[in-house]
Design a protein around this ligand. Structure first.
Ligand code: GTP
Ligand code: MG
Length: 476
């Protein structure tokens, strides 16, 4: 069987994970097993895979105002000068940063992101095109991908974004920012302590703060006041922080998740030893908190991927297969009614016609008994075949009725598409008797395969526990 593009991509996904999280690379195998079962049931076609429906890496994005130090922060975290930094707006693109095995860091065009489902910008060009005519084709001018061999990048994807200014942003850029905020597991929102008057950037704060603090996933937003070292020279550095806190509070940020930091390398020397000591301590505390949150999303995501595997396997067995059985049951019932009606009508028609034509002698149908035995057999065979074909036709008509009902059933939610697909798959199997409600492709063997996937999920959880937690206190 020729490998489909999706299968090729899954292979690459697995190779990529093997380097950075072997447990998850095993999980890819289990997803493939699950895909096999789902395909046999007709729930998906060859080019689909459940593995492409989960994002395999946690996404941590850095957004914020111009020159706030987003790229500097990322360079420091990664331990490489990956991104250019500077006091004019240097970044005009969104940069996806991930782990790569190559020695030197490599940059790839936006197209690489647009066409690869492993990354969070899969087919973004379509969405860009929808909001800005002709811009979809220019996806390279919005996005780029950088890979770098840094341990800090293992198991995560970072997104560095161009400076945000609500008044100057193009709709396509706003769309990408919103897309990123939606899909990220953690969003670091950067502000620049050098901006003396946070009140002057109302629209920007509206977008970055007011619109994010009330989201259901608001917990994933961290608001970071950066470049605090610049305030050390002020008479009252605390006043700068207080002004920012007031401005953010006006936009809805009341408690927690507000950090103040400055870059370790890029910072200015602070003369006053006391101030220096105090600022460094606060910075290190806050940086440690932020880094712990970054670490945490990787752990959460690993468990989530395994959870999705388990959930999907159980969903097939406990929800989709029973739903197909029930669809087959109503198919059988409809076929029965339809056949009774049609064959009854045909029999009545035949009787009426033959009786009025005087073809019966008591219970004997005279034209038939007067024939040769071979003719009798031949006629019976032909009749049986014709009736069989009529039956198959009726069966299909009844099945289409059930299919229509499935297609219209909104209560099925996301299950509707796979169920419709699987039921059509059942409809095509004319040789498979509808006396049985067992869906096409479902068998004891398939059930065992599903159970094996669930058992895999359990063992992955244990391996992840071993990797991330050591209850006995032993070192790995
Ligand atoms: N003093 C000081 N300077 C910093 C700090 N962080 C960044 N810088 C400097 O601020 C300038 C802007 O930093 P960048 O990292 O390029 O900022 P950015 O947010 O990525 O900027 P854009 O991508 O253009 O929006 C650079 O010259 C950095 O060296 C900091 O904490 N303290
Ligand atoms: Mg930058």
């Amino acid at each position: 069987m020729a490998k489909t593009t999706t299968q090729e991509r899954i292979k690459r996904l697995e190779q990529h994970l093997r380097q950075e999280n072997p447990v998850l690379s095993e999980a890819v195998h289990s997803f493939q097993k699950l895909d096999g079962v789902a395909r046999k049931l007709g729930l998906m076609d060859e080019d689909q895979s459940l593995a492409t429906q989960v994002s395999w890496w946690p996404v941590i994005s850095v957004v914020g105002t111009f020159s706030a130090g987003k790229s500097t922060f990322l360079n420091q975290y990664v331990g490489h000068t990956l991104q250019r930094t500077g006091n004019q707006a240097v970044d005009d693109k969104f940069t996806v940063i991930c782990y790569g095995a190559e020695d030197s860091s490599t940059a790839l065009p936006g197209l690489a992101l647009d066409s690869d489902p492993r990354f969070p910008f899969y087919q973004i060009s379509r969405d860009i095109e929808k909001v800005a005519d002709g811009e979809g084709r220019r996806v390279d001018s919005y996005l780029q991908l950088k890979a770098c061999r840094s341990d800090a990048l293992r198991g995560k994807i970072f997104i560095d974004s161009p400076g945000f200014d609500a008044d100057q942003q193009r709709t396509s850029t706003l769309l990408i920012i919103d897309h990123i905020m939606g899909l990220s597991d953690l969003v670091l929102v950067f502000f620049d302590a050098r901006h003396p008057e946070p009140g002057a950037m109302k629209d920007t704060l509206d977008h970055l703060v007011a619109n994010t603090v009330n989201r259901p996933d608001s917990n994933k937003f961290l608001y970071i006041l950066n470049q605090l070292d610049n305030t050390a020279r002020e008479d009252n550095p605390e006043e700068v922080v207080a002004a920012w806190q007031r401005a953010l509070a006006q936009h809805g940020l009341t408690a927690g998740r507000f950090y103040r930091i400055y870059a370790r390398d890029a910072s200015l020397p602070i003369q006053d030893e006391k101030v220096k000591e105090r600022m460094e301590r606060k910075r290190d505390e806050d940086l440690a908190d932020i880094e712990a949150r970054i670490q945490q999303v990787e752990v959460e995501r690993a468990y989530r991927v395994v959870g999705v595997l388990d959930k999907n396997a159980k969903h097939v067995e406990n929800v989709l297969v029973p739903a197909l059985e029930s669809a087959r049951r109503s198919w059988r019932k409809r076929t029965l009614w339809l056949s009774t009606a049609v064959f009854g009508a045909l029999a009545a028609l035949f009787l009426w016609w033959s009786i009025t034509a005087g073809l019966w002698n008591g219970f004997v149908f005279t034209p038939f008994v007067n024939l040769d035995a071979t003719y009798q057999v031949a006629i019976l065979v032909v009749l049986a075949i014709v009736l069989w074909f009529i039956y198959l036709k009726l069966r299909t008509v009844a099945g289409r009725g059930v299919l229509k009902r499935l297609e219209k059933d909104d209560s099925l939610g996301p299950d509707r598409e796979p169920l419709v697909r699987a039921f059509s798959h059942n409809l095509k199997a004319w040789w498979h008797s509808i006396a049985s409600v067992r869906p096409r492709g479902w068998s004891g063997r398939r059930r065992k395969q599903l159970h094996a996937v669930m058992a895999d999920a359990d063992s992955f959880v244990q391996s992840l526990n071993d990797r991330y937690a050591a209850p006995s206190g032993q070192k790995k």
